[in-house]
Design a protein around this ligand. Structure first.
Ligand code: PMP
Length: 324
């Protein structure tokens, strides 16, 4: 689907995947005006094809567009594009633990050199089958806390899902991998003190009174759909969830004293992953016994159960697709 200032949304089409021509003066190549989403289509045990809370992706896509001075794609066009593609590609959705990963994105296609919002855009969705995120079972991950790089500052684009955020954080993610870690943890830009999120996941802490702590949405972290779903599921289970600032110093102290029982990361790709070990420039520490914790496992099973049609879906999160 294309958008131009004079025609609005137009020229919708579905084609076999092929390269498309990009003019060397396309605005996106110079000013990185680009946003995207990440979501999955699942095949349930009784052979239905479903999406998980896709309207949340549509809404977040709109919020990202607004922040990046792009036209806001109507949510019904977003949904229609995603659904049509899933229908066509449904034979690729495996049974069992795999899924079809969907990548809606939009970029500035106008050809000009100049610093202003473009007047032409392309919205596109591509799909790719993916296997289970963790081969051989969910193993607790090891994190690297970067005290060199930050991801987002107040007033910046941290809450938007734009390519530029990831461009800026690739070096920190590479640094984490260089230290033998799976993902990087970012602290806030102002004080380098507060835990924000990981390279591609949100983070939760399980305290030994059974409550959860997760960093609040203050405009610098991505409002994860998995994060939101887990907060709801935890509260459904009578668990207190505190969305409050949590410092790296507290994290170290609470892990050492045993006040912190478990920690986990969450996102569309891995759903929920236990955090076993945390490394940083000054050393490393383990959380609990370094394995995925009990509550982490339970929340993961609850959420995966809903996504796979095995558990009751009382919040109507599962979006079945007719005609597949
Ligand atoms: N934070 C970042 C930086 C991410 O890239 C992602 C993945 N989209 C998340 C958090 C988790 O968001 P979601 O649960 O919507 O996948």
């Amino acid at each position: 689907v294309r958008w131009s200032a004079d025609k609005g949304w137009h020229s919708a089409e579905i084609t076999a995947r092929a390269p498309f021509p990009v003019d060397p003066a396309s605005a996106v190549l110079h000013y990185a005006q680009e946003i995207f989403e990440g979501m999955k289509a699942y095949r349930t045990a009784d052979d239905k094809v479903v999406l998980f809370r896709p309207e949340q992706n549509a809404r977040r896509f709109g919020a990202s567009a607004e922040r990046m001075a792009m036209p806001v794609l109507p949510e019904d066009i977003f949904m229609q594009a995603v659904e049509e593609l899933v229908r066509i590609d449904s034979a690729w959705i495996p049974k069992g633990e795999g899924s079809l990963y969907l990548r809606p994105f939009m970029f500035a296609a106008e050809t000009f050199l100049g610093v202003r919002p473009a007047r032409e855009y392309v919205f596109c969705v591509i799909a790719s089958p993916v296997g289970p995120y963790f081969k051989g079972g969910a193993k607790a991950v090891t994190l690297w806390v970067t005290e060199t790089y930050t991801r987002a500052a107040q007033g910046g684009t941290g809450a938007a899902k734009c390519g530029g955020n990831y461009a800026a954080s690739l070096i920190a993610q590479a640094e984490a991998v260089g230290h033998g870690c799976d993902q990087v943890v970012f602290l806030d830009a102002a004080e380098h003190r507060w835990v924000e999120e990981l390279g591609g996941m949100n983070v939760f802490f399980v305290m030994n009174d059974g409550s959860l702590v997760t960093p609040p949405l203050t405009g610098t972290i991505l409002p994860g759909i998995t994060r939101d779903s887990l907060i709801t599921l935890a509260r459904d289970n009578g668990i207190t969830v505190n969305e409050r600032p949590y410092s790296f110093d507290e994290w170290k102290a609470d892990a050492a004293s045993g006040k912190l029982r478990e920690a986990f990361a969450c996102g569309t790709a891995a759903v929920v992953a236990g955090i076993g070990t945390v490394r940083h420039a000054g050393g490393e520490f383990k959380i609990g016994n370094g394995e995925t914790g009990f509550l982490t496992e339970k929340l993961r099973n609850d959420l995966v159960g809903i996504q796979r049609g095995k558990a009751s879906d009382k919040h109507a999160w599962v979006h079945p697709l007719a005609g597949v």
